[in-house]
Design a protein around this ligand. Structure first.
Ligand code: HEC
Length: 139
């Protein structure tokens, strides 16, 4: 008797986890279809132009552009979309610099971004500042 219950229980657990997986897959597909992203509200802080310039150069010499383009989606989200999503603020520069170093996934519904453990925090902050300044440079 307990065996039957156990079987029923296991098949129930099996079904729900498959459903869950499907709904996650659907979410990813729909978020890709309309390129949805949630904009984080906030005032931009004053742009540190020398930091931004340094970030631009560092990015040009790194592997970032293998996966990112400025205006269009590629393997990763467009830098312009990233800058539209986050305000240019010290806190977001810090956050994104950590993500650049450790890699990430789940924020944009794309596959995983590779980690860059050899970057210093200083350099990855400059890169994040360049990415976040993009929207302002283009207005
Ligand atoms: C192998 C491909 C790849 C490379 C190389 C790459 N990225 Fe990414 N990047 C991605 C993907 C994919 C995402 C979206 C991850 C997600 O959905 O959270 C992303 C996301 C980001 C984000 C946004 C993170 C967030 O949480 O919103 C920033 C900023 C970023 N990348 C900067 C960089 C910089 C700077 C470099 C170079 C040092 C770089 N990337 C190299 C693929 C890549």
């Amino acid at each position: 008797m307990t065996r039957i219950f156990l079987l029923l229980f296991l098949s129930f657990v099996g079904c729900t986890s498959i459903d869950k997986k499907k709904s996650i897959e659907n979410e990813v597909i729909s978020s890709k279809a309309d390129d949805y992203f949630r904009v984080i509200e906030g005032q931009d802080e004053e742009i540190d132009t020398s930091l931004v310039k340094r970030g631009e150069i560092l990015i040009a010499y790194s592997d970032c552009l293998d996966c990112h383009k400025i205006e269009n989606r590629a393997k990763g989200p467009a830098f312009l979309d990233i800058s539209k999503r986050y305000p240019y603020q010290e806190v977001y520069i810090d956050l994104l610099s950590q993500r650049i170093i450790s890699g990430g996934n789940g924020s944009w519904g794309y596959p995983v971004m590779s980690a860059h453990p050899n970057l210093t925090v200083e350099d990855s902050k400059a890169m994040a500042a360049f990415v976040l300044s993009m929207e302002n440079l283009r207005d």
